[in-house]
Design a protein. Structure first.
Length: 296
C-alpha cells in the first residue's frame, strides 16, 4: 500500500476503535444524566462537532427519498440503541443489549439479498445461524441453556431488549437502502440534529430522573460527543482512500473490541459463555460477508 492509502486505512481503523467505546460510554453517561437526557446531550454535542467538521446541514442538497426514509431509519436507530443501553437494569444487561446490536451486519446481508438482489452463496445461512446462536449465548447468561431461562432474561426488561433488537433491524435496513437512495450524499449531520431534537422533546414531555452533573460525567460526555464526530470523519476518509477490504474485515471484529472496552470501562467480568457468544456473532458476520464477497 502507498503511504496515502496506509494513512487513510489507519484513519478508518481509528473510527472503528472510537465506535467501539460507545456501549460503555452510553451506559456510563446514562447513569450520570439519565437514559433520555444523557442521549440527548450526546447527540447535541455530536451535532455541534459535526457542524464544525463538515459544515451546516443542507436538507435541500439531499435526495428526497434519502432525506425522509434514510433520515427516519437513522434517527430511529440512534434513539433505539442509546435508550436500550440507557434503560438497562444493570451494567451487565447493558453489555448484553450492546451485543444484540451487532446482529446488524448479518441482517444487512440478508436484506440486501431480497431488497437489492445481492447475489450470495450458501454460506449466508450458516452465517445467520451462527450470529443468532451467538446472541442466544450472550442472553442466556451463565449456566445451562433453556428456552424458559432465555425468555425469563428477556422478560426482565422487555422494552430495552425490544429496542436493541429493533436497532439491529433498523440499521440493517438503513445500510441496505442508503446505497440506492442517497446518490452518494451524506445526511449524517442533519440526522444527528434531528435525533437530538427528538430526544429533547421526549425529555421535556415525560418525567425523567434529574441530571447528576459531575466532572467525570461531563468529561465522558465531551469525549463521546467529540469521538462520534471524529469517527464519522475518519471513516469517510478511510472508505474513500484506504484499503476497503481491510477496513470491512476489521469492522466485523467490532463486537469483540466493543465488549472488551465496555467490560474494562464498566468494571465487569463476564463469563466464558458471554465471550463464546461474542465469538459466534463475529464468525457469523464474517461468513455472511464472505457469502456476498464470492459473488461480488
Amino acid at each position: 500500500m502507498t503511504y496515502t492509502v496506509q494513512r487513510a486505512t489507519l484513519a478508518g481503523l481509528g473510527a472503528i476503535l472510537l465506535w467501539s467505546t460507545s456501549v460503555g460510554l452510553f451506559r456510563s453517561i446514562a447513569e450520570h444524566f439519565g437514559p433520555v437526557g444523557g442521549a440527548a446531550l450526546i447527540y447535541t454535542l455530536s451535532t455541534l462537532f459535526l457542524c464544525v467538521a463538515t459544515g451546516l446541514p443542507r436538507p435541500r442538497a439531499l435526495p428526497v427519498r434519502y432525506l425522509w426514509t434514510g433520515g427516519a431509519l437513522f434517527v430511529g436507530y440512534e434513539i433505539c440503541l442509546a435508550l436500550a443501553i440507557g434503560l438497562a437494569h444493570t451494567r451487565s444487561q447493558a453489555l448484553e443489549l450492546g451485543m444484540i446490536n451487532y446482529l446488524w451486519p448479518s441482517l444487512t446481508v440478508l436484506l440486501a439479498r431480497y431488497i437489492n438482489h445481492q447475489r450470495s452463496s450458501l454460506l449466508l445461512w450458516p452465517g445467520l445461524l451462527l450470529a443468532c446462536l451467538g446472541v442466544v449465548q450472550v442472553l442466556k447468561g451463565e449456566g445451562d441453556w433453556s428456552p424458559e431461562l432465555l425468555w425469563h432474561n428477556v422478560q426482565d426488561n422487555p422494552l430495552a431488549y425490544g429496542l436493541a433488537f429493533s436497532a439491529a433491524i433498523i440499521w440493517a435496513l438503513y445500510c441496505t437502502l442508503t446505497r440506492r437512495i442517497s446518490e452518494g450524499k451524506s445526511g449524517v449531520t442533519l440526522f444527528f440534529a434531528v435525533t437530538a431534537l427528538v430526544l429533547w422533546l421526549k425529555f421535556a414531555s415525560s418525567t425523567q430522573p434529574s441530571m447528576q452533573v459531575t466532572l467525570s460525567g461531563s468529561l465522558q460526555l465531551l469525549f463521546m460527543g467529540l469521538s462520534t464526530a471524529v469517527a464519522y470523519s475518519l471513516w469517510n476518509h478511510g472508505i474513500q482512500h484506504g484499503n476497503m477490504t481491510l477496513l470491512a474485515t476489521a469492522s466485523y471484529f467490532t463486537p469483540v473490541l466493543s465488549a472488551l472496552l465496555a467490560t474494562l470501562w464498566l468494571g465487569l467480568r463476564p463469563g466464558t459463555d458471554f465471550w463464546w457468544g461474542v465469538a459466534l456473532v463475529v464468525c457469523g458476520s464474517l461468513l455472511c460477508w464472505l457469502a456476498t464477497r464470492h459473488h461480488a
